[in-house]
Design a binder for this molecule. Structure first.
Ligand code: Z5A
Length: 216
């Protein structure tokens, strides 16, 4: 069956951890799964990810930043997501178009009309079937993210967003919760301030209902 699932949330909320655990769960059940991420997931996208998240002090203009995220998305949809869905695979994506609505639209103030219009073009009109917002207070997420970053070798550090102040991250969280209210059918808000295994269990319960044999 083809199914497109995305993970969203504040920095360090546990998106990557939960996506990897869900991938294992689905593969254990015998489903072919493709897991990818934004920004990145293709050769071009990973190059642009480096430009976006490791700026070495250079300022990127807000519209340039938006367009770079959209370039990554267009390439990922074209090269990875659409072909995988066509092959009846389950696609998991760590961040997607909702990130742009929240970060570039709600928080950084670029016009929502432009952001959503660009999203429509670069996703080729494709939306996730289910989106999990892993929700937790930004203070907790940042503490986790910083601990992870500090354990990395210097060359791999991507810390542009961890340097934003706490108000920025609070706005991001509020933005996600607003988005969830606007699309309650698609977006499931999951309490990320719990044990990793408890969060995983809740996500599996939701997904297992969707992939019952009747739906496959
Ligand atoms: N961005 C944007 O502005 N516009 C866009 O359109 C897109 C992105 C697509 C990069 O994203 C930045 O790009 C992002 C928004 C912007 N920056 N911010 N903020 P990213 O996905 O690469 O970076 P991230 O969101 O900051 O990911 P992260 O730090 O990797 O966080 P995470 O994936 O949510 O968490 P994790 O890696 O699973 O976990 C972090 C650590 O916490 C790790 O050591 C885990 O073992 C631990 N962890 C996870 N869950 C738990 C629980 N439940 N308890 C305790 N510890 C936990």
């Amino acid at each position: 069956m083809s199914l497109f699932i995305t993970f969203e949330g504040v920095e360090g909320s546990g998106k990557t951890t939960q996506m990897e655990m869900l991938k294992e769960h689905l593969e254990w059940k015998g489903f072919p799964v493709v897991a990818t991420r934004e920004p990145g997931g293709t050769e071009l996208g990973e190059k642009i990810r480096g430009m976006l998240l490791n700026t070495e002090g250079e300022t990127i203009a807000p519209w340039s930043e938006l367009l770079l995220y959209e370039v990554c998305r267009a390439q990922l949809v074209y090269e990875v997501i659409k072909p995988a869905l066509k092959d009846k695979k389950i696609v998991l994506c760590d961040r997607f178009a909702d990130s742009t609505v929240v970060y570039q639209g709600y928080v950084k103030g670029l016009t929502l009309e432009a952001v959503t219009s660009l999203n429509t073009w670069t996703t080729e009109g494709m939306a996730p079937t289910i989106t999990f917002i892993i929700d937790c207070p930004p203070e907790i997420g940042l503490k986790r993210a910083l601990a992870r970053i500090n354990a990395m070798p210097n060359s791999n550090k991507e810390d542009r967003f961890e340097k934003e102040n706490i108000e920025f991250h609070k706005k991001v969280r509020d933005g996600y919760l607003r988005l969830a209210q606007e699309a309650p059918e698609r977006i499931k808000v999951i309490n990320g301030d719990r044990e990793i295994s408890a969060i995983h269990k809740e996500i599996c319960q939701i997904i297992d209902k969707v992939i019952t044999p009747q739906n496959s």
